[in-house]
Design a protein around this ligand. Structure first.
Ligand code: 3BY
Ligand code: FES
Ligand code: FE
Length: 412
């Protein structure tokens, strides 16, 4: 298991525009450093707000060692807490999704309000002060209907990104007019960085994704754009059309490429990620004006990528489980009034990305197996096909080096 100095050395030795070293993808010490320095410090995508539409609805997730609870309060607000009872530490809400008017610990029934305050604790004696045993809060915010949480004491700045989420994702009206039609959770036997790297390029799409490639162009220009006025002629024409309709579409990014939005057209005016290329849902979401408005793509390192289409949205969350295991949760969102069997067929809605996720799982797992070999050595990324991967590894290496480097002593 590598120590901090050894991890820093691996990061320093990394060859630019090459894949990372064996240890950075496999080592337990690196995995723990990733948790401490990224997953416990960055904003992490938790759920779409419409996953817990009503008071008392809650969802749980696990970030490394931390079980987290996200709950909708009586005031409609979404809050996050450590999912750990303040009595003897029982995991408070055991299920991935649940609903209850109060949060009752299954062990000895300590009962919390939805805002985290301890309301009842039986037979705790006259001196017991319940106000000292509220659930521990976790930073939580919801912008454009996407709930992000952060375990850091002082979370990184989010307001610029939050503004764009409200603006770009707002067009899909996830806040008040969407529902979760389907959830899939899979575990990929690969390091979380391999899962993201795979998502950030379409070099593999032609060879791996026959159903996605019916509608999604594997041209790298669709995945990596240079700026709001610099893209392929096809994308620029799409952005002009969206501008006129007031639909946010142009490329916008974080300077360090930690996140990016862009709405891109699908192949041959396809409407949705379906086998038929037509919309899967006969009700459009939000204010999106046409069936062929393409996909608004939004990624955010380290935890999420998303597609917002006219007829549905798919939000993806990845969470690390171990050096070589990653959980990927996908949720398909539709207009809240769309009725399954009438307005959409669940198989037609989900089959392309269920296939795609499974195809990606297989390539990630084989990638991990190859990297576990002592014969593995880092190889070069394609400059035009894998620029998105370069953005990710550069962000990763820069952020980790910055956080692991010894700080120079303060001047006296
Ligand atoms: O789902 C995505 O966002 C990416 C874009 C390129 C490959 N993959 C389909
Ligand atoms: Fe929760 Fe005892 S551990 S009530
Ligand atoms: Fe893929």
């Amino acid at each position: 298991m590598l120590n901090t100095a050894e991890i820093l050395n691996e990061l320093d030795q990394r060859r630019k525009d090459y894949s990372l070293s064996h240890d950075l993808y496999c080592d337990e010490g690196v995995y723990r450093a990733d948790l401490e320095n990224l997953w416990y410090r960055e904003w992490v995508f938790a759920i779409p707000a419409c996953d817990i539409p009503k008071t008392g609805n809650h969802a749980t997730l696990q970030i490394g060692e931390y079980p987290i609870l996200v709950v909708r309060g009586a005031d409609g607000q979404i809050r996050a807490f450590h999912n750990v009872c303040r009595h003897r530490g029982q995991k408070l809400c055991p299920k991935e999704n649940g609903s209850s008017p109060k949060l009752v610990c299954p062990y000895h029934q300590w009962t919390y309000d939805l805002d985290g305050r301890l309301l009842f604790a039986r037979d705790m004696g006259a001196d017991f002060d319940a106000s000292k045993f509220s659930l521990k809060p976790v930073h939580c915010r919801s912008d454009g209907g996407l709930v992000y949480i952060c375990l850091a004491d002082t979370p990184p700045e989010f307001s610029r990104l939050g503004g764009f989420m409200n603006d770009y994702v707002g067009a899909s009206d996830l806040v008040s007019n969407a529902k979760v039609a389907f959830t899939s959770t899979i575990v990929e036997n690969g390091n979380w960085k391999l899962v993201i790297e795979n998502n950030r390029e379409c070099y593999h799409c032609g060879g791996s994704h026959p159903s996605l490639c019916r509608t999604y162009s594997d041209n790298p220009l669709m995945t990596v754009m240079e700026g709001p006025n610099a893209a392929s002629p096809e994308i620029l024409a799409h952005w002009d059309r969206c501008d006129k309709a007031g639909l946010p579409a142009r490329f916008v990014n974080d300077p360090g490429m930690q996140w990016r939005f862009a709405r891109v057209p699908l192949l041959n005016n396809a409407e949705s990620f379906t086998m038929s290329t037509k919309a899967a849902v006969n009700r459009r979401m939000g204010t999106i004006p046409w069936n062929d408005a393409g996909s608004l793509m939004f990624y955010h390192f380290p935890s999420s990528w998303n597609h917002f289409l006219p007829d549905h949205a798919i939000v993806f969350r990845l969470l690390p489980i171990s050096p070589t295991e990653t959980e990927v949760t996908s949720k398909w969102l539709v207009h809240k009034d769309a009725v399954e069997g009438k307005d959409y067929d669940l198989k037609a809605l989900t089959e392309v990305w269920l296939n795609t996720n499974d195809e990606d799982r297989r390539v990630v797992e084989e990638n991990q197996k190859g990297i576990l070999s002592p014969a593995y050595e880092p190889g070069p990324y394609s400059p035009n096909q894998e620029e998105g991967v370069i953005h990710f590894v550069d962000w990763y290496v820069r952020t980790m080096r910055d956080r692991l480097s010894p700080r120079p002593a303060m001047a006296a």
